[in-house]
Design a protein around this ligand. Structure first.
Ligand code: TYM
Length: 327
């Protein structure tokens, strides 16, 4: 049986990077797997969060899953904090991970860089992420490139635990698509597209209005060559726009390159904006319908129940293996 576990943190407004590296993969892959798509709200509080914002953003991420096409009948959609096995196995995984391993995590280094007060949870975060995945015996974890190191560590921890305590966890495989696994900032193609960038024109949000999307994409940096050609090394900015175009129009890059052969960037950027807008429009419409509905609450309650059944079973198995009394 093939099983997926994945999620998007409710720590900021969702941008097209998260859509490209994660959400659109969930939608595309869901029919071939048994799926657990969760909102990692416990991960969001590893950095300071305004309670009201956390509340709304957690609901929003869940609503985006449904709005983009994740089928709640097929996939369990739930909030991490509503399945207490996550926190419990997270602690047990902290006992297995080494300080040195956590110190090597590039995301911790990036997020703690220059800050004088960093929570210890930000440091131990990958142990909780390993628990998220291992609780569901996930065989596959679709993520963007920046999460690869965390999934690799999860594999190491699963193997270590199984060797020490007996076969308990499935060792998961990351699924990182070739295109769109690392969407870069529109103002600087050397940086990942991220909502923490103070320049609002550097990202497109899933809830941006059409005119905002047109404006942001028309201002995206390119280069002086004036040819629409995919060459990530020498033309990182244009290649990034081509990846976005390909993800949103569902056309191969070669077809897009051909269409703009011998032309500059003006028409290409305009059409790119329309491709993004036409994909986001129905998602935004569905989002508005579901965000304040009883239906969303029902989906999340049902998802948490389905998730808990699987997670509690794995937790019990892990606790027994470690020697805890479980009567
Ligand atoms: P998060 O919330 O930062 O990102 C959610 C997903 O979106 C991908 N992503 C991107 N992909 C392409 N280009 C970008 N610019 C971009 N920005 C984000 C991320 O790679 C990710 O797949 N630690 C995780 C959340 C998490 C999780 C898990 C994921 C917690 N437990 C278990 C999978 C399985 C995170 O912070 O992702």
């Amino acid at each position: 049986m093939k099983r997926i576990l994945s999620g998007i943190k409710p720590s900021g407004d969702l941008n097209i990077g998260g859509y490209s590296g994660a959400l659109q993969q969930y939608v595309a892959m869901q029919h071939e797997y048994e799926n657990f798509f969760f909102v990692p709200d416990l991960h969001a509080v590893t950095v300071p969060q305004d309670p009201l914002e956390l509340y709304h953003r957690s609901k929003e991420i869940a609503a985006f899953y449904v709005a983009a096409g994740v089928d709640p009948a097929k996939s369990a959609i739930f909030l991490q904090s509503q399945v207490s096995a996550h926190a419990e196995l997270g602690w047990l995984m902290e006992t297995q991970v080494h300080f040195g391993e956590l110190s090597r995590m590039t995301q911790f280094k990036d997020k703690s860089d220059g800050k004088d007060a960093v929570s210890s949870a930000l440091f131990t975060y990958p142990a909780l992420m390993a628990a998220d995945i291992l609780l569901y015996q996930a065989t596959h974890v679709p993520v963007g490139e920046d999460q690869k190191q965390h999934v690799e560590l999860t594999r190491d921890l699963a193997t270590r635990f199984n060797n020490r305590f007996g076969e308990t966890f499935t060792v998961p495989e990351p699924i990182i698509q070739d295109l769109g696994c690392r969407i870069m900032s529109l103002d600087d193609p050397s940086k990942k597209m991220s909502k923490s960038n103070p320049n609002k024109n550097s990202y497109v949000l899933l809830l941006d209005e059409p005119d905002t999307i047109r404006k942001k994409l028309s201002r995206a940096v390119t280069d002086s060559e004036m040819s629409v050609r995919y060459d990530p090394e020498n033309k990182p900015a244009v290649s990034n726009l081509l990846e976005i175009y390909s993800i949103f129009s569902e056309e191969p890059i070669s077809v897009i390159e051909k269409r703009y052969e011998g032309q500059g960037y003006g028409g290409f950027k305009k059409d790119l904006a329309e491709a993004v807008i036409s994909k986001l429009e129905p998602i935004q419409r569905n989002f508005r319908e579901i965000i304040d509905s009883e239906e969303l609450v029902r989906i999340l309650k049902d998802g948490a129940e389905r998730a808990s059944a699987v997670a509690n079973e794995t937790l019990l198995k892990a606790k027994k293996a470690m020697g805890f009394l479980t009567f």
